[in-house]
Design a protein around this ligand. Structure first.
Ligand SMILES: [Zn+2]
Length: 404
C-alpha cells in the first residue's frame, strides 16, 4: 500500500478535474493510485469536482477515520480480495493476507484475528471456517451465560412494573431463550430491542423504560463482542469470514448532513469515514455521535490536518476544506469547530472564509446567550421552588404550633 503510493506519484499524468470529469480514472483494483492532480482551476466553489472519487487519489495510508481514528482500508483493496476469492484457502495463508491489516482492524476483529493466528499455527491446513467451528462450543457457552445473565437483570428490574407489561416481557424473554438454546443463530438483538420498545410504547414511566432498554442494548452482538462474532460467523464461508474481518474498517463516504435529511450527493457534504463508525451513526444527528465518541473531536481535527496538508500540496481542493469545515460546524450544532488556519488560501478564499467565520462566531455567541439565559431561568426556577418549600415548611410549623 505504502510503496504503491510513492511510485505512482512519480508516473501518473496530471488530471484536470474541471474539463476531464468523464476521463476520471478509477484506482486499479488492489493498488493505491496517487495521481498528480492540479486544483488550480478551481476559482470558485462551483468549479470543484463534486465526485467522491477524489478520495481514491489521496495517499490511502494517511486517511484516518474522523470518528475512531483508525487508518481506513481502501474499498478497492477489499473488492479485490472478495472478487479473487482470496480467503478460499488455508487459515495460515489467510493470516498472511490479514497480517498487513492488523492495525486497521477494530477491537473485536483484532481479537478474532489473534485467535485465528494462534489456531492456524497449531492447525495450518484448517480453513478459517473450520477453526471458528472448532472453537464455537466454548464461545457459545460464554455468550449464552452473558445473554441469560442480562435477561435475569431485565426480569429483576421489571419486578415492580405493571402486571401486563411484566407478563409480556417474560414471554418475550422465554421465546428468545428458546431461540438461543436451539443454536440456530436466530436471536437478533435488534429485533429484541424493537419488541421491547413496543411493550413500553405507551408508558409514561420513562426512567424505568430507559433503564430496561439500556439493559436490553447490553446484549452482545457480532458488532461488539468476540463470542457473538464467532457464533454468528462459524456458519459462514471462509471467504465471508476473511472479508468481514476487514470490511468494517473500509473507507466509506459519510454524508455529513444525512441523505434522508436532504443532504446532497456532493463532495462538500462528504467526509471519508470507516464503515463501522458510518453505520453506527446512521442518519442520527452528529451531536449524538460526538456524545458517544468524544474522541471524535481530536480524530476529526487529525483528519482535517492531513487533508489540509494534501490541499496545500495541490492534491485536494482547498474549497473542499473550507466548505466541509462549515458543513461539519453546522451539522454539529456549532459544537465541532475544526481549525483550518493552516490552509494556504487565495484572497478570494480568505474572503469567503472570513464571511463564514463571522457567521459561525455569531451563531456561537447566540448559543452562549441562550445558555446564559437558560442558566438564569434555572436559577430563577430554583429560587422559586426553594421559596415554595420554605413557605410550605413555615405553614406546617404554624399549623403544628396552632394545634399545640
Ligand atoms: Zn471509524
Amino acid at each position: 500500500m505504502r510503496i504503491g503510493a510513492v511510485t505512482n506519484l512519480l508516473f501518473f499524468p496530471k488530471v484536470n478535474y474541471r474539463s476531464n470529469l468523464q476521463n476520471y480514472r478509477l484506482a486499479p483494483l488492489g493498488y493505491d493510485t496517487f495521481e498528480r492532480t492540479t486544483f488550480t482551476g478551481e476559482k470558485s466553489p462551483e468549479d470543484v469536482n463534486p465526485s467522491r472519487k477524489i478520495f481514491d487519489s489521496l495517499p490511502q495510508d494517511q486517511l484516518t477515520c474522523p470518528c475512531c481514528g483508525r487508518v481506513m482500508i481502501p474499498p478497492s483493496e477489499i473488492e479485490t480480495l472478495r472478487n479473487s476469492h482470496a480467503f478460499n484457502c488455508s487459515a495460515s495463508e489467510a493470516i498472511d493476507i490479514l497480517k498487513k491489516y492488523e492495525n486497521n482492524m477494530h477491537s473485536v476483529e483484532k481479537e478474532i484475528y489473534h485467535m485465528l493466528k494462534a489456531e492456524a499455527k497449531k492447525d495450518p491446513d484448517k480453513t478459517l471456517k473450520e477453526i471458528l467451528n472448532k472453537r464455537k462450543p466454548q464461545y457459545e457457552l460464554q455468550l449464552m451465560q452473558t445473554q441469560f445473565g442480562i435477561f435475569s437483570l431485565i426480569e429483576k428490574a421489571s419486578e415492580n412494573i405493571d402486571e401486563d407489561k411484566k407478563e409480556k416481557i417474560k414471554e418475550l424473554i422465554e421465546n428468545e431463550k428458546i431461540k438461543i438454546e436451539n443454536g440456530n443463530n436466530e436471536f437478533r438483538r435488534k429485533y429484541f430491542v424493537k419488541q421491547f420498545e413496543k411493550i413500553f410504547e405507551d408508558s409514561d414511566d420513562t426512567a424505568v423504560k430507559e433503564h430496561l432498554i439500556r439493559l436490553a442494548k447490553q446484549l452482545p452482538t457480532a458488532y461488539d463482542n468476540k463470542n457473538a462474532f464467532i457464533v454468528k460467523y462459524a456458519s459462514r464461508s471462509s471467504e465471508e469470514i476473511g472479508v468481514r474481518l476487514l470490511s468494517y474498517s473500509m473507507r466509506t463516504i459519510e454524508h455529513v448532513k444525512p441523505k434522508n435529511k436532504s443532504g446532497e450527493n456532493h463532495i462538500f457534504n462528504y467526509i471519508p469515514e470507516c464503515m463501522r463508525c458510518n453505520s453506527f451513526r446512521s442518519d442520527r444527528p452528529m451531536i449524538q455521535q460526538l456524545e458517544e465518541y468524544p474522541e471524535m473531536f481530536a480524530n476529526s481535527q487529525n483528519l482535517m490536518d492531513t487533508m489540509i496538508g494534501f490541499a496545500n500540496k495541490g492534491k485536494l481542493s482547498k474549497w473542499y476544506i473550507i466548505k466541509i469545515q462549515e458543513r461539519i460546524f453546522e451539522e454539529s450544532d456549532g459544537v465541532l469547530k475544526l481549525d483550518i488556519s493552516e490552509l494556504n488560501m487565495t484572497p478570494k478564499m480568505k474572503k469567503e472564509y472570513d464571511k463564514l467565520t463571522q457567521r459561525e462566531d455569531k451563531i456561537v455567541k447566540e448559543q452562549e446567550k441562550l445558555k446564559k439565559k437558560t442558566k438564569k431561568e434555572i436559577k430563577k426556577e430554583k429560587l422559586k421552588s426553594v421559596h415554595i418549600q420554605k413557605t410550605k415548611a413555615k405553614k406546617s410549623v404554624e399549623k403544628k404550633t396552632k394545634r399545640k
